[in-house]
Write a protein that binds this ligand. Sequence first.
Ligand code: PMP
Length: 420
Amino acid sequence: QYPFDVEAVRDDFPVLDRLVGGDPETPGQGASDDTPLVYLDNAATSHTPDPVVDTIADYYRGYNANVHRGIHQLSQEASVAYEQAHDTVADFVGAAGREEIVFTKNATEAMNLVAYAWGLEELGPGDNVVLSEMEHHSSLVTWQQIGKRTGADVRFIEVTDEGRLDTDHAAECIDDDTEMVSVVHVSNALGTINPIRELADLAHDHHALIFADGAQSVPNRPVDVDDLGVDFLAFSSHKMCGPTGIGALYGREELLDSMQPYLYGGDMIRRVSFEDSTWEDLPWKFEAGTPSIAQGIGFAAAIEYLNEIGMDRIEAHESLLAEYAHDELSALGGVDIYGPPGDDRGGLVAFNVEGVHAHDLSSILNDYGVAIRAGDHCTQPLHDELGISASARASFYIYNTVAEIDALVEAVSEARDLFA
Ligand code: PMP
């Protein structure tokens, strides 16, 4: 039924065998620790499989050392592993090589890097930056504030009633004064898969650059920067089986080359005098100070783990779960689901149960051991547009099963009846 052996994958994640404190018999106070965990909060962060944990532990136990600086063996081993991790990430998204991959703290920092290093230099009054109404705060707030500092206008492509990007409106927003188009690839709130290639062509026709937020696409489907036609792409390791504290910025080499550093300090310089400094080669020019070495090595291990399963199969698995969850929740009645139809969305479903606040719903689901997200999912303006203050979101990953979605739907149905 599944595109790969999900049970074998689950064996790599001991946390999935955990019992949690929920107890539907005593709502809100269960501390029984006898309810199986159903983890459906993967869009917030995914779990980390044993091979990745082992890789990180091997680093700390075997060759922990600072990179780039040491001539001693441990430092060389750590440097090789850390540098090669960039190659692994580069291959994963179809970048030309490590010079196009900057390790950052997360996707948010990758966006800020471009906004500061490129935006502050290149934008000014009369220019505009085009976003969409479904942007995550990490890009929305960043470009909004850079817009205020530079005088550039920030425009938002509208979202249709079906939760899709209005491509006619995109064509109106993007004009000859557009310098940057920054759009989320897969929406973390609506599940919409956006037509990045089309937007990239539109942006390039107007000599603008395009930045895709890949936080919810790179973990879940094959992503190739050339196929998408993007100039920049941001993503985070912790949403794709890797550790927290590390993410990546893909940038086209000539663009990264032309940009000034975002952070200054050690490791990013070639030569320093009291008067001036010159910069290291890419990508190190953008990685000032001691980097997240263990996390970088762990990030590469996570990518190897995903590659082992195959991104095509991961995408198929998530589509299957998203469609099933969408259809089963719709069939319940009294459930509003946001975003496109079940057969055309990323692996998540955001919804509200009529008469039940998303936070109450999430709390009741917790009693059933079902972990979901409730809130605005860092898309407050989009929630304003939808006329809601919060929604519940179930999001799926490689280890989730149809049985777990049945548990979700059962718990949602109980919650709805409780408030009826
Ligand atoms: N963009 C999207 C679409 C996201 O879902 C997230 C994470 N919720 C981010 C950006 C930011 O990722 P991070 O918090 O890892 O920087």
